[in-house]
Design a protein around this ligand. Structure first.
Ligand SMILES: [Zn+2]
Length: 256
């Protein structure tokens, strides 16, 4: 464990395993928690952390997903061509169905351009506002080394917004300052090199797959369900404890 002086640097903790049988440390009193998921694109939430979401909602936690892209990438797959508008409509409808499978209570759309996201001060302020509005105990976001640039932008925005949401130092944002307890960085396109948190999703893997399969328009391009099942099985096997697991980089947010 390394102690960092700057609150903006991830502080790694030793709590590697969190099983379904052993309640979360910060939820051990049975309190319903607020959980906020930042998804650069429609389907990231289900593919990357669908198991975690299903675990949360099964325990009564309130899960809100922020979708950054408006889903305008379209498709050129023969027989499944979609123009940007059709793609946007289709993905939002699929996301709603996936959200129902996972028990998500609210979906927020930022309607950014798919594939062309960038860090801006305005977006950072929006992320701080979202954290202050939904007051999450735990925030989920992509990890730092994802190959997709939209994912890296999301990572940086969340990492910058979490400390700012708790400072209460900005007059326009201070009225609802909120201190996030923990950030869990997830893997989607690029496996995490050194996870420090494994969630047992064995009991929820079928729910996760059912949610992913709501995104039929995406599965005709990439077999995401097969891919993530393999990765989650690898994560489970290498813990030598679980059949299926999701791996994360955990940042326990320390404010002094
Ligand atoms: Zn994505």
């Amino acid at each position: 464990m390394s102690v960092q002086s700057a609150t903006e640097q991830p502080q790694l903790v030793n709590r590697m395993f969190e099983t379904a049988e052993q309640p979360d440390v910060n939820g051990q009193n049975g309190a319903r928690r607020s959980i906020l998921i930042f998804a650069p694109h429609f389907d990231d939430e289900a593919i990357a952390c669908g198991g975690a979401i299903a675990r949360h909602t099964a325990k009564g936690d309130r899960v809100v997903v922020v979708f950054m892209s408006r889903g305008d990438s379209g498709s050129t797959v023969p027989g499944h061509e979609m123009d940007p508008k059709t793609s946007e409509r289709t993905l939002k409808a699929e996301a709603e169905k996936a959200g129902q499978v996972l028990g998500i209570v609210r979906q927020v759309y930022l309607d950014l351009d798919d594939g062309f996201m960038g860090w801006t001060p305005d977006l950072l302020r929006e992320f701080v506002r979202l954290i202050n509005r939904y007051r999450p105990s735990i925030v989920y976001a992509p990890h730092a080394d994802e190959s997709h640039s939209d994912h890296r932008v999301a990572h940086q925005l969340v990492s910058d917004a979490v400390p700012r949401s708790g400072w209460g130092a900005f007059p326009t944002l201070a009225d609802r300052a909120w201190a996030v307890e923990e950030v869990r960085y997830y893997e989607m396109w690029t496996p995490i090199q050194r996870p420090n948190l494994y969630l047992d999703i064995t009991a929820y893997v079928e729910t996760k797959l059912a949610a992913i399969r709501q995104y039929a328009s995406q599965l005709v391009m990439v077999p995401y369900d097969d891919g993530i099942l393999g990765l989650n099985r690898f994560r489970g096997a290498t813990t030598a404890r679980y059949q299926y697991a999701e791996a994360y980089v955990q940042w326990a947010v320390i404010t002094r």
